[in-house]
Design a binder for this molecule. Sequence first.
Ligand SMILES: [Fe+2]
Ligand SMILES: [Fe+2]
Length: 277
Amino acid sequence: MAKPPNIFRILQLSDIHAGILDFHAGYLLDKRFFGRLNQAVMRHRRLTLDRIALFAKLQREREADFTICTGDLTSIGSAREFAHCEELLAEVLDYAGENFAFVPGNHDAYVRQSRPELAEAFQRLNRGRFGLDELPVAFPTGPVEFVLLNAARPCAIWLSTGELSSAAWEKLDYILAQPASTAKARVLVCHFPVCDHQGLPLSWRTKLVGYKRLIAWAEQGRFNAMLTGHVHCPFVQHLGNSSALAIGAGSLTIYQSCAQIDINTQTGEITAEILAL
Ligand SMILES: [Fe+2]
Ligand SMILES: [Fe+2]
């Protein structure tokens, strides 16, 4: 499908969950043991990693201007897993070049000990534009101002919640109070959505703590769309009573889905579509 000339096209993929089945004695001491167990028993049989090649094909066919990955690349966020994922994504990254951005998911920030590995992978995947500790950060490209958020942090084994520090909320509030420079649309990018595929709030075990503030800011017109992962079933919803779109790409390797987001370069109008692969 040829791309109309006045469209800036984003393709979004998420939640690949590509782990490596290695075991270390150290894993027995923390929740990485359960992460490995979960991956071995549940995910390994279900993951359709061949969809990554189909996504790369889609980038070319649909002439993607920018590619976004909304996290949960890995299973337990180890250096070997990030290297493995970057190999799997080689064609996707090659096509995107500088036009690629990544925000971490809870699996990428699985345990405190792996934070340096995540920070390094983050910097590589974001082409050295900024470091993990700088988020939230805004950067304009084409008609869009992206605002990247990192709400992923290690949490208890029974939780997969996201949380922003009070400093991060303050910085985000400041960013969203500024005019979006020359951009026509402002798009938040975060692993954790404000709702699930049915438009319902996430449970206390999986939600983004303080997510109602984002809905209120969307209703005030402070941003125009939010791209997320975490919920493996894809969706396009509205943020509260606003016209802003909540877009969940779903899991590429579990639900075989991704999202296409078109932004009109003249008007800033955003349309989103879930694509099945
Ligand atoms: Fe996930
Ligand atoms: Fe997640």
